[in-house]
Design a protein around this ligand. Structure first.
Ligand code: FAD
Ligand code: SIN
Length: 539
């Protein structure tokens, strides 16, 4: 069991983590954790692109307006304005780091996606995330002062005075997944950049690493968590038994793609003035309703009216992936279904990533700044990850100059035994993911949510018991965090007695007149405080 000490600890190696680690390395020593190998993150799978105002025909006002509209009244307006106005400088930083976005004669080639009133999505073909990840890893390789620990899984944060006003994060306990040892890492300032939690649902566009570990760790540490009921379902993931919910980018609809029932009927024009480019929540619910009404197991996305050469050249990654499943998207409609995609809620932070716990910041999908409100506008998440991680790193530097943390205590394994019943973990994983899909999915009801809450409480008892009696493995760490995410999504959904944005509850189909965020905070080992936080600041 090793002990490491650094000025800064960054947990996660997607865009938020990589950007922060590089910025922090100019001011002190950094330890960067990656749960598996570098390059495996939601970031690396991003397709459509990153939204920013880059053309004279566009304006910050228009981008703010589109974001607020998608967010259905719950965006924090000041945060939206600040992050959107920082977009062009974040893009400059990405380009200086080496990211090569597609260009046209007029400069960057800008595409459109659902809910955007203008072309403002910078992209690298349909593999924008892979290009961002490539450029940042190249830069990382030539950056000094960063110790990269791959296959290291953060288990829990280490707190001084946990659950008190003066609680301060002084590092983390981390599983070395190769040796099974549990290392202790001390740091003056820690950033959670662990991404999303799509794996809490049975069907998801997210890779296996997205298990909400940062949410679980922060929650157990007493940090405030907000708006977890707002889980975004991407309308168009490939429907194929071997495709593992491969994403079919919204940019296809930005380039004219039409959603059709299996009988060929184009249904979106009857549902929203923007038809196929309506905001994601509306499109996902419309598909869900069509599938439930017709009994079909999928609907289709039709690109056949576009020039085949254009389609193959603009979307080479998606075209190749579909071909590998025997689907030529230039000739036949693509079978698609919705899948869990993006966690709009998260660890409550300021727009600069500060959490409610001293010494702890969060950025990217793990954080909740208030940018997305009740529904994220497409391609605003890479923007948020780039901007907030930059600002968080500046504040972490200032904090570290003024605070000296004590060395943390090593992990105590007690008499934990070697796990010999892996089936328990595999079964419980499956049970939770099915429960979330069937009871806490695109359309919810009070009775289903209450049923889910009863079940998750039982599962939680079993998992915590197993966790303390058994040696820690990656599967077990993730299972414990999936349980925490499920519990938070269900609890926040029960707090919200209305339908708004991504949260549609048949029992409360109307919007409330009050605008509030839901919040959860562990105030002791056994007690959670659930609350509603009015957006106007009143209590
Ligand atoms: P991630 O990129 O997910 O990185 C999280 C990192 O944390 C990973 O490296 C992971 O290994 C590590 N980690 C997790 N837990 C631990 C732990 N316990 N210990 C150590 N390390 C840990 N957004 C857009 O704006 N535009 C798009 O076009 C777009 N397309 C998308 C397409 C797909 C298929 C998906 C899944 C998402 C897409 N998104 C898109 C969303 C966007 O990619 C993510 O929100 C964003 O990349 C999140 O970045 P991040 O740095 O916060 O987290
Ligand atoms: C997509 O390419 O459709 C994903 C865009 C996003 O999630 O922002």
């Amino acid at each position: 069991m090793a002990t490491h000490q650094a000025d800064f600890l960054v947990i996660g190696s997607g865009l938020a983590g990589l950007n922060a680690a590089i910025a922090l390395s100019e001011h002190g020593s950094v330890i960067l954790l990656s749960k598996v190998q570098l390059g495996e993150s939601n970031t690396a799978y991003a397709q459509g692109g990153i939204a920013s105002v880059m053309s004279d025909e566009d304006s910050f006002d228009a981008h703010v307006r589109d974001t607020l509209k998608a967010g259905a009244g719950l965006c924090h307006r000041e945060v939206v304005e600040k992050i959107i106005e920082a977009g062009p400088s974040a893009i400059r930083n990405l380009v200086e780091t080496g990211v090569q976005f597609d260009e046209s004669d007029q400069g960057f080639s800008l595409t459109r996606e659902g809910g955007h009133s203008n072309r403002r999505i910078l992209h690298a073909q349909d593999i924008t995330g892979r290009e961002i990840d490539r450029a940042f890893r190249m830069k990382l390789a030539s950056t000094e002062n960063i110790t990269i620990l791959q296959h290291h899984v953060a288990i829990d944060l280490i707190l001084q005075d946990r659950f008190s006003e003066s609680a301060v994060c002084i590092g983390a306990h981390v599983l070395d997944a190769h040796t099974g040892a549990i290392d202790t890492i001390g740091a003056q300032a820690t950033l959670i950049a662990t991404g999303g939690a799509g794996k809490a649902y049975l069907y998801t566009s997210n890779p296996d690493v997205s298990t909400g570990d940062g949410i679980g760790m922060a929650f157990r540490s007493g940090a405030k968590i907000a708006n977890m009921e707002f889980f975004q379902f991407h309308p168009t993931c490939l429907f194929h038994p071997r495709a593992k919910s491969f994403l079919i980018s919204e940019a296809l609809r930005g380039e004219g793609g039409i959603l059709r029932r299996r009988d060929g009927h184009a249904f979106m024009k009857e549902i929203h003035p923007l038809a196929d480019l309506a905001p994601r929540d509306i499109v996902a619910r419309a598909i869900d309703a069509e599938m439930k009404r017709t009994g079909d197991d999928h609907v289709c996305l039709d690109m056949r009216h576009r020039d085949p050469a254009f389609v193959a050249e603009r979307f080479p990654n998606i075209h190749t992936a579909c071909m590998s499943f025997g689907i030529d998207m230039t000739q036949v409609p693509i079978p698609i279904v919705p899948a869990a995609h993006y966690m709009c809620g998260g660890i409550q932070t300021t727009e600069r990533g500060a959490t409610s716990v001293n010494g702890l910041w969060a950025a990217g999908e793990a954080g909740h700044t208030g940018l997305h409100g009740a529904n994220r506008l497409a391609s605003n998440s890479l923007l948020e990850a780039a901007v907030v991680s930059q600002w968080a790193s500046e504040d972490m530097v200032s904090w570290a100059k003024e605070h000296q943390s004590p060395a943390p205590q090593p992990w105590n394994s007690g008499d934990a035994r070697t796990p010999h019943e892996a089936v328990i973990i595999a079964h419980t994983w499956d049970e939770i993911r099915r429960l979330m899909w069937n009871y806490v999915g695109i359309v919810r009801s009070r009775s289903r949510l209450e049923g889910a809450q009863r079940r998750i409480e039982l599962i939680e008892h079993e998992v915590i018991d197993y966790h303390w009696k058994t040696q820690v493995t990656r599967d077990l760490v993730e299972l414990r965090n999936i349980v925490a995410v499920a519990k938070l999504v269900i609890g926040c959904a029960l707090q919200r007695e209305e339908s708004r944005g991504l949260h549609y509850n048949q029992t409360f189909p109307e919007q409330s007149e009050q605008l509030y965020d839901t919040q959860a905070q562990s105030v002791s080992h056994n007690d959670i405080m659930w609350s509603r936080r009015p957006l106007d600041g009143s209590s």
